[in-house]
Write a protein that binds this ligand. Structure first.
Ligand code: CTP
Ligand code: MG
Length: 221
């Protein structure tokens, strides 16, 4: 079974607010993108990697991959306006005979090998896709525009999902065939009728959104 990873790093990082894309934010003595790229390259489960870079940043992304000695990187393409467009651009570089496509956010640098193993396992049992998740632990409120609490939402059965997300490659291809948009790939697959399983995620897979997150992640690595 050939597993292709698509590392989406093409976002602008508006909430981080730097004058360059989030993927190239400084994280300890490297850039953010270096950590998830190295981990995917070193993973025993991954055969090849497609890197999706911010438009205009393909060259620095390729140079970084070379510098890190990431021999599995097979292509580097520019991403699109929305995350779904970037996934679409990356998937277009995955060859037709690839069996599994695993999509990971570069903004989640702490990528444990056992999470990759956990999201791949259900695909052998007939699932179309699998995503890592954690049960929601905070109390959830529905809040109006003026800040007034309108109600408390039951936490029962609610999970916060992360990446990497693994899919039967053909299922993901069908899911992105239209111009549909969703905040994660599983959303696209669900919308096209696919069956997606949630497996145990990892709290350290947190996503870098703000400067505080960068500091938190830097101390984990
Ligand atoms: N992403 C992408 N292409 C886009 C938007 C997002 O490849 N058009 C990627 C980001 O690079 C990131 C992941 O999707 O690795 C999750 O997105 P998010 O955390 O929202 O990153 P940004 O969109 O860059 O940040 P912001 O929303 O603050 O601008
Ligand atoms: Mg975004």
């Amino acid at each position: 079974m050939s597993v292709w990873a698509i590392l989406v790093a093409a976002g602008r990082g508006e909430r981080l607010g730097l004058d360059h894309p989030k993927a190239f934010a400084k994280l300890n003595d490297q850039v953010l993108l270096a950590e998830p790229l190295r981990r995917l390259d070193e993973s025993d489960w991954i055969d090849a990697i497609v890197l999706v870079a911010p438009p205009g940043w393909e060259e620095p992304a390729i140079l970084l991959a070379e510098e890190l000695g990431c021999g599995k990187v097979s292509a580097c393409v520019a991403g699109g306006e929305r995350r779904s467009d970037s996934v679409r651009a990356g998937l277009a570089e995955v060859p037709p005979d690839a069996v599994v496509a695993l999509v990971h956010d570069a903004a989640r640098p702490f990528l444990p090998e056992d999470v990759i193993e956990r999201v791949l396992a259900p695909l052998s049992d007939g699932w179309d896709g699998a995503v890592p998740g954690l049960p929601v632990s905070d109390t959830l409120k529905k809040v109006g525009a003026d800040g007034a609490v309108e109600g408390t939402v039951s936490r029962d059965g609610l999970w916060a999902v992360q990446t990497p997300q693994a899919f039967v490659a053909d299922v993901l291809r069908r899911a992105v065939a239209s111009d549909a948009d969703a905040t994660d790939c599983a959303g696209l697959v669900e919308a096209s009728g696919g069956r997606v399983k949630v497996v145990e995620g990892d709290a350290r897979l947190l996503k870098v959104t703000t400067a505080d997150d960068l500091a938190k992640i830097a101390s984990l690595l």
